[in-house]
Design a protein around this ligand. Sequence first.
Ligand SMILES: NC(=O)c1ccc[n+]([C@@H]2O[C@H](COP(=O)([O-])OP(=O)(O)OC[C@H]3O[C@@H](n4cnc5c(N)ncnc54)[C@H](O)[C@@H]3O)[C@@H](O)[C@H]2O)c1
Length: 287
Amino acid sequence: MDMQKIGLLGFGTMGAGIAQLIAQSGRDVLVLETAQERIDAGMRFLSEFLATGVARGKLTEEDSNTIRSRVHGVLKVEELADAQLVIEAVTENPDAKKSLFAKVSSIVSADVPILTNTSALSVTDLATSVDNRGRFAGLHFFNPAPLMKIIEVVKALETDDKTIDTLVAFVESLGKEPVVVKDRPGFLVNSLLMPYLNDVIQAYDEDLATAEDIDIAIRLGLGHKLGPLELLDLIGLDVHNHATMSAYQATLDPKFAPPPLLRQMVAAGHLGNKNGKGFRTDGRKTA
Ligand SMILES: NC(=O)c1ccc[n+]([C@@H]2O[C@H](COP(=O)([O-])OP(=O)(O)OC[C@H]3O[C@@H](n4cnc5c(N)ncnc54)[C@H](O)[C@@H]3O)[C@@H](O)[C@H]2O)c1
């Protein structure tokens, strides 16, 4: 594949993981950020992740240095002019994303794919900010991007088949499994996960079983690595509440409606592992 220079927008949690993944595939990555401190923070995060890989024997110190040398932070969008593919991973704010896409679209060649890593926004709506909407699609990475095997390739209403073919080949060249999916709230994985987690919360609230037993049953009965309540604590109850509420507002489908117990827990500041209060962290029902 002949795309050697990739533009990346945002060097936060996802940007750092995506930069590493792309650099590991032998390409150069130009990462746009808003301030030098953000570039330094992204490089630190990437270096720490690589150091863990070295400590675990997954890669050598030399590999780690080579990967780092392929990642270049930039502060001006004009520096992305000769990128052959651009991936956006900036803060989840539709207006900010659209204004950035409009700038990128006016700078790169008309056939360069422009992609968003949004989790919850409409890819079809974001596409309205670029020229030649056929080149715009979603590329939804999972966190941590270097480790997770799947990448969703999201086909918006006006995405060309050619763009999808390019992205499937690109994802495969990263050593990941592409899954092509329509532009719907939650795409594929999260659109199936959110109603499932909502059902589990409801079952727990109805005293179907204890929190611990629900997790044991799903681990052993379905072979999942994590039980659903442990997973909710890991994701963050506020994060799940926001995601499922957004999907509910976009579709008015009751399967996405946040269950009352979830809303109460979030209102009371029970956010899961991040603050040590969740379904499994204190072992008690909170409402
Ligand atoms: N965190 C996850 O688990 C996850 C998973 C899949 C997708 N996503 C999506 O990825 C995107 C980024 O999420 P994140 O968790 O990495 O957020 P984050 O807050 O860790 O990072 C966002 C970065 O974007 C930068 N930024 C903001 N505006 C910018 C601009 N105009 N130009 C350049 N950089 C800019 C910020 O300085 C920050 O470093 C969001 O759309 C989110 O929905 C997140």
